[in-house]
Design a protein around this ligand. Structure first.
Ligand code: ADP
Ligand code: MG
Length: 250
């Protein structure tokens, strides 16, 4: 994070964002400013709007009111702006969403080659670098179905990194995993956090929040109810709704 003397380097700015699904008000006056290199954990009850919030950042969902700027580009209906923003933002989902009929290596090379016109040799070199980083290099010729859930999720993270994003969004990346596989995915995320990546992570993994988050945001009923540093958030929650939530998950 920038120190006080440096100008703030804001990479995501959401102002008074409101969103409805038909007449259901899912995001209510969301104000959120994220600085370069910040690591944010978003938690809250199921249905509180966490996924919708982060999906709005790369326009997988459209908001109806307010403004969202990503690296200085305004998110509006301009497809040019949306394309520009999606270049900056990588996303990892609960379900890994790998292409089942492609090898691990081809999963990583597909978007760089077909969306960015990267020559295969370069795409493969980048892919191997990231597969090594997430500890999966030796599985390059296998298919997703031959890997464990934890390995598939690490591949999904590597695939996202191959597009060279400056911001990574994670939507409950460990929720679909067996308990023994959660740590191997969190370790990759922790390493990524230490590398300086700007990260917004929807997760209830409090060990992750405590070890790397700069800020924890608690959402309920479409609102940001409370946000604080992890220690203050977990040890001294201010709002009743937060305390109730924490008592259920801790
Ligand atoms: P969370 O990720 O916190 O569980 P979501 O953002 O997925 O919450 O959903 C927030 C609310 O919006 C929920 O009540 C959910 O049922 C509703 N919702 C999510 N997606 C849609 C959709 N495509 N159409 C209508 N309602 C939706
Ligand atoms: Mg969700």
């Amino acid at each position: 994070m920038a120190s006080q003397s440096e100008p703030r380097d804001v990479v995501i700015e959401m102002r008074a964002v409101n969103k409805w699904y038909d007449d259901f008000h899912v995001l209510k006056d969301i104000d959120l400013t994220v600085e370069r290199g910040e690591r944010i954990v978003i938690c809250g009850p199921s249905g509180s709007g966490k996924s919708t919030l982060i999906r709005c950042i790369n326009h997988l969902e459209a908001h109806q009111e307010g403004t969202i700027d990503v690296n200085g580009t305004r998110l509006n209906e301009s497809s040019r702006n949306i394309t520009q923003i999606r270049r900056e933002v990588g996303m990892v989902f609960q379900q890994f969403n790998l292409f089942p009929h492609m090898t691990i290596l081809d999963n990583l090379c597909f978007a760089p080659m077909w969306a960015r016109n990267t020559p295969r040799m370069d795409a493969e070199a980048t892919a191997m670098r990231y597969l090594e980083r997430v500890g999966i290099a030796e599985q390059r010729d296998k298919y997703p179905g031959q890997l464990s859930g934890g390995q598939q999720q690490r591949v999904a993270i590597a695939r996202s990194l191959c597009m060279n994003p400056s911001i990574m969004l994670f939507d409950e990346p460990t929720s679909a995993l067996d308990p023994e596989m959660i740590k191997e995915v969190l370790d990759v995320m922790i390493e990524l956090a230490h590398s300086g990546m700007t990260m917004l992570c929807v997760t209830h993994e409090m060990s992750f929040a405590r070890s790397v988050a700069d800020r924890v945001i608690f959402m309920d009923s479409g609102e940001i109810v409370e946000q604080n540093t992890p220690d203050a958030f977990f040890d001294h929650p201010q709002m009743d709704r937060t305390r109730r939530f924490l008592s259920q998950i801790l």
